[in-house]
Design a protein around this ligand. Structure first.
Ligand SMILES: [Zn+2]
Length: 290
């Protein structure tokens, strides 16, 4: 799932390439993806793109005061294209959810634009056309942004939270922008167990976690900006130490990266770095054994 670094890199790409162009047309291909009806999608046509921003994991294109807001869900992506076919796409099957046409600038015909796509059969990509981003329910509920929260505020948020660190870091209403992949990386860099209780951290552990969060997100954002996110076919991460690396050696200590599975997700961690060498109980396994 695209998280803060990926979505921020897409917003940066749009600021550089879409802002200043007129949005000529938006063609909806996946009817279930759009969650609003007033203003209609067609209201964006003929208006200039004036900004692009990120709220948590939401991407926000400002089109002269109207906002095209997108949540990319698990497998969504924004793919910049030059020379889009003029004929409207056929709705229904395939990865295309929305195609946005932009006007060419004097020097660079043909007209560019972008596709919002979603791979896989479980469709979760969500599109909103609103007058203010805060009208999107998921944005209205966001906690402070992971790149904006300061250390004191971060400590206070964790102190007020009863529950495990993994859940706290990925709860968008507590801290916005971190998802499953980067929470694994942040906890590994901070040498903390994902199951440690958020309100039981020492001052030193809070500082380690905060510093790891900032460092991991900053490094990931630099890598995403470097590879021009929107020109990629989809989300592509590099430099991960534990996430999605079950069974491989930890780059820090050489121990084997392990996994805990849940109903529809999983987490990865290194026992030596994070849990004093002790493997965590896999709840799915323990349920089977009970
Ligand atoms: Zn390790």
């Amino acid at each position: 799932m695209p998280e803060l670094p990926e979505v921020e890199a897409l917003a940066a790409f749009l600021r550089e390439n879409a802002v200043g162009r007129v949005l000529t047309r938006a063609d909806l291909a996946a009817v279930q993806a759009i969650k609003t009806f007033d203003p209609p999608l067609s209201a964006l046509g003929g208006l200039e793109v004036t900004g692009a921003a990120r709220h948590g994991k939401f991407l926000d294109l400002d089109v002269s005061g109207l906002h095209l807001v997108v949540h990319l869900a698990r497998a969504g992506w924004l793919h910049w294209r030059t020379g889009l076919p003029p004929a409207p796409p056929k709705p229904g099957k395939g990865p295309l959810a929305l195609r946005v046409h932009l006007a060419p600038l004097d020097s660079d015909p043909p007209a560019p634009g972008f596709d919002l796509t979603e791979q896989g059969t479980r469709k979760g990509l969500a599109i909103y056309v609103v007058r203010s981003p805060a009208e999107v329910p998921g944005i209205g509920r966001l906690g402070p942004d992971a790149m904006a929260v300061d250390r004191e505020q971060f400590a206070a948020l964790l102190a007020g939270r009863s529950g495990q660190l993994k859940g706290a870091l990925t709860d968008q209403t507590l801290i916005a922008g971190v998802g499953n992949a980067y929470s694994d990386e942040i906890l590994h860099a901070a040498r903390l167990s994902p199951f440690k209780m958020a309100d039981k951290l020492t001052d030193d552990e809070v500082i380690r976690l905060y510093d790891a969060m900032r460092a991991e997100l900053t490094d990931a954002l630099d890598r995403q900006l470097g590879q021009q996110a929107a020109t990629m076919k989809g989300e592509k991460r590099s430099g991960l130490q534990v996430h999605a690396r079950t069974g491989l050696p930890c780059p820090v200590c050489g121990d084997t990266v392990r996994e805990v599975s849940f109903a529809d997700t999983s987490l990865q961690y290194c026992p030596t770095c994070q849990t004093g060498g002790k493997p965590l109980a896999d709840r799915r396994m323990s349920k089977l054994l009970r």
